[in-house]
Design a protein around this ligand. Structure first.
Ligand code: FUC
Length: 817
């Protein structure tokens, strides 16, 4: 009986192995290259917060420092904000609008600014100049710190220390030996049961001794009962009252030894293993705080550790494993990441580092947002202070958008949902702001927003008047559609686009000099210029970026209405208005103009490269507009390479769009410049900390996402109506492969290349359509395999190969030179 069961099982196993092998072979048809193991690792504990490895499950974050005797684990919850809902609109601001517009259009920008300083800014203190923790705007804040004091009963020092983050499984570890015993800690923020878990083990029994406490430097009360350590508090609402509540519980499961409770800490002695569970939540959109936190804690606590970990890894991998990148060459993963970063300063042959960085951006995105919650903020979801830089908020003039640049192209489309839902939540407040300042229907958002729906202008006109933040958000929503071709999604977002387009249709004013329709007042984000009389001003009409953004929005809204077969009249109105928007202009020095008039910028190296929006992420500047393309390049050259972290990443994408892979790589090289300072630097300090977090400085995550997008943009582009394979490959990336990158139109692309030439390209279609593939010009022969049939294709004279694919079909192109 037993024999026959075993025989059946063996047969079953064989059968399963066969199926697995078949699946591997089948997926291998299109999936090129094997992803090398991916990790960040160090030989010493983190000496400062930006050296800690980040863990996150889209809601909870943890950054353990891996200290041997004393460990600090910084804890985060992406919803933990001070401040609260407020009405920050100046109710009668619109009354001053005609006067402000007239002044600007007559060249009296300074007088316009004076008026704006009084009547055309947000009511109150706005973001508190980026320090909004105690004002109504609020601030994203650290949740607290878990501190663990270990006791090894020895004065010996540790050996073989390794601190590691496996970004392909979202598990961190710390290992070392002490007096002959091996110690191991494992940490993860579970995607399964939504708790933070730390497991302590040792190679010998009863060797785990520690004291654990949880704290926060304000608004926190710690208590203990029935072995559960609890921290609770309520933050400032910024209006003199109490705001958001939070609750954190910690419970330890141990094998062997004993547990003692103190007033606000616990002590574990002589355990063989100990697993620490941290459950936490805020009352942001939740009324059952206590219930949720306890229930989540108990569910995880009663799940077997290995099962929990396996499920966590599996859920994470479901997203992470969709894309891979291998650049052949040297892989210096033998070096600890801090040394590797330092080595890369002079040795760019470490082609494993760009692959790691690419995947790290995807790791950080999966870890810092999740459907149903919030998009990644300025620091993703990792913060170690109460007053996070710039409030850890959502800036709409580059930062939140850059956070989402890699999303579609690197196959993480569902992570668009939190972004979409944040934008949707701005429509209501944005309609009130549109009325208050512009007496206009539709909705508008300016430069900054928070989880409380802030849409008013910023507190100072020099940066706070930029009013196409909302158009830029809409561009992101529409671009997501371009990748998926999902009409149901388009139907959902259409009212948001229409509301935004409605706003600009009403708010644009006639610039009599050129007879164009322009925004006024506005800024070219955070930059200023000299007026003819030599005075510096920031407020203007129709900066180039506004014209480009509105053109994109109107076109996208018109196209959406056409696809959805609605709003004919509205479509016509959009088409008519598009013709009246200012075109991109070239100044007398041959550079793309940043403003309507050919003003000189007060800072020609300014970090914001706003007029180049039309080149990337927009697409109106492209090879079909050669003169403007040239002028855009000239402007980019004048701006120079050096900048803040995100500015480097933006320029990397721009050089990729200009098909200059080596220059894009140079920018990537700057992005990986080792940085240790966290002092704010607004001009030239960009680089990376040793945990590969992007340094603005201070730490700001947009550069990570922009860098990942930049690498993708070097490998694949699809912004001009066709799919371009390896459009900006640098010399140092001669051979390699990737799989799972996505192109507009609904294609998933895998490529294998050698000597800078694509050898094999696989296009999988996720939505039926006609795909145009731009071949590298050296290619002389193409064989196409569709549905198992091989045929030789004529190499088209214009280099564009057309493929018609039904949903789910794929084509393999084999090319020869
Ligand atoms: C904008 C940028 C800054 C910084 C801040 C968070 O103000 O100009 O460089 O990224 O956002």
């Amino acid at each position: 009986m037993l024999y026959s069961i075993l025989k059946k099982m063996a047969g079953y196993r064989l059968y399963v192995s066969f199926i697995l092998l078949l699946l591997m072979l089948l997926s291998g048809i299109c999936s090129y290259g094997q992803q090398l193991p991916l990790s960040l690792w160090y030989k010493a504990p983190a000496a400062y917060w930006e050296a800690c490895v980040p863990l996150g499950n889209g809601r909870l974050g943890a950054t353990p420092d891996g200290g041997v005797d004393k460990e600090n684990i910084t804890l985060n919850d992406i919803t933990l904000w001070s401040g609260g809902k407020q009405d920050a609109d100046m109710p009668n601001a619109y009354q001053y609008l005609p006067q402000i517009q007239k002044l600007i259009l007559n060249g009296d920008n300074i007088k316009a600014e004076e008026l704006m300083g009084r009547y055309f800014k947000c009511a109150g203190v706005g973001s508190g100049q980026g320090n909004g923790a105690k004002v109504p705007y609020g601030c994203y804040q650290v949740l607290g710190n878990l501190s663990i004091l270990y006791d090894y009963g020895t004065t010996s020092t540790s050996a073989n220390y390794v601190r590691k983050l496996a970004i392909d499984s979202a598990v961190a570890s710390t290992t070392f030996r002490l007096d002959g015993t091996g110690y191991r800690r494992e940490y993860f923020t579970s995607f399964q049961h939504d708790v933070i878990i730390i497991r302590l083990t040792a190679s010998a029994s009863h060797h785990i001794n520690f004291k654990l406490a949880i704290g926060r430097c304000e608004h926190a009360k710690s208590t203990i009962s029935n072995g559960i350590l609890q921290m609770t508090g309520q933050l400032d609402n910024g209006s003199g009252g109490l705001g958001m509540k939070y609750l954190t519980q910690v419970k330890i499961k141990q094998e062997g030894g004993s547990l003692r409770e103190f007033k606000d800490s616990v002590q574990v002695s002589g355990a063989t293993t100990a697993t620490i569970y941290i459950s936490t939540a805020t009352d942001y959109k939740r009324s059952d705080l206590q219930n949720f936190v306890s229930k989540t804690l108990e569910t995880a606590y009663h799940t077997n550790y290995s099962t929990e970990k396996a499920q966590h890894v599996q859920r994470f991998k479901r997203l992470f494993d969709r894309a891979s990148l291998t650049i052949k060459g040297r892989d210096r993963s033998d070096l600890p990441t801090d040394e590797r970063l330092e080595n890369f300063r002079t040795d760019t042959t470490d082609t494993g580092l760009p692959s790691l960085y690419f995947q790290y951006g995807r790791y950080l995105l999966i870890s810092s947002t999740r459907p149903g919650l919030l998009p990644p903020n300025l620091q993703g979801l990792w913060a170690n202070t109460i007053q996070t830089p710039w409030n850890g908020d959502y800036h709409l003039d580059i930062n939140i958008q850059m956070n989402h640049w890699p999303l579609d192209v690197t196959n993480l489309g569902e992570l668009n949902q939190p972004f979409y839902s944040l934008v949707k939540s701005l429509v209501g407040p944005g309609e009130r702001t549109a009325k208050a300042y512009y007496n206009s229907p539709g909705w508008v958002a300016h430069v900054i927003t928070n989880i409380w729906g802030f849409t008013s202008p910023g507190e100072h006109y020099s940066w706070g008047a930029f009013n196409t933040g909302s158009a830029w958000l809409c561009q992101m929503l529409f671009t997501h559609f371009e990748y998926s071709n999902d009409l149901n999604y388009l139907k959902e977002v259409y009212p948001i686009l229409k509301g935004s387009a409605t706003f600009y249709l009403h708010a644009l004013v006639r610039d009599k000099q050129h007879n164009w329709l322009v925004t006024a007042p506005s800024n070219s984000p955070e930059n200023a210029f000299y007026l003819p009389d030599g005075k510096a001003a920031s407020v203007c009409a129709g900066p180039t970026i506004d014209n480009q953004l509105i053109r994109f929005l109107f076109n996208a809204t018109e196209q959406s209405a056409r696809l959805l077969k609605i709003d004919n009249g509205f479509r016509q109105q959009l088409t008519e208005t598009i013709k009246q928007l200012p075109p991109d202009q070239i100044g007398k020095n041959g550079k793309l103009m940043e403003w309507l008039d050919d003003y000189r910028a007060t800072d020609i190296h300014h970090r914001h490269v706003s007029p180049l929006w039309g080149l990337y992420p927009g697409n109106e500047i492209n090879p079909n507009t050669p003169e403007i393309l040239q002028a855009a390049k000239a402007l980019l050259e004048e701006r120079g390479d050096i900048g803040t972290g995100w500015s480097l990443a933006w320029k990397m994408n721009l050089w990729a769009r200009l098909h200059d892979g080596d220059h894009a790589f140079e920018l990537f090289h700057y992005l990986l410049k080792p940085v240790t300072t966290t002092e704010v630097n607004m001009s030239n300090g960009g680089g990376s900390y040793i945990n590969l977090f992007c340094a603005h400085p201070p730490f700001q995550i947009d550069g990570n996402f922009g860098g990942t997008a930049g690498i993708s943009e070097m490998l694949l582009q699809s912004s001009n109506g066709y799919i371009e394979i390896l459009p900006a490959l640098p010399k140092v990336w001669a051979n390699g492969s990737y799989s799972g990158l996505c192109a507009r139109g609904g294609a998933v692309v895998d490529v294998e290349w050698a000597d800078h030439q694509a050898k094999k390209v696989c296009i999988k279609s996720i939505s039926s359509g006609i795909f145009k593939i731009k071949l590298q010009k050296e290619i002389t022969e193409v064989n196409i395999k569709t549905n198992g049939k091989l045929r030789k294709a004529n190499v088209p004279t214009n280099g564009l190969l057309t493929l018609k694919l039904l949903k789910g079909e794929s084509a393999v192109l084999e090319t020869k030179i």
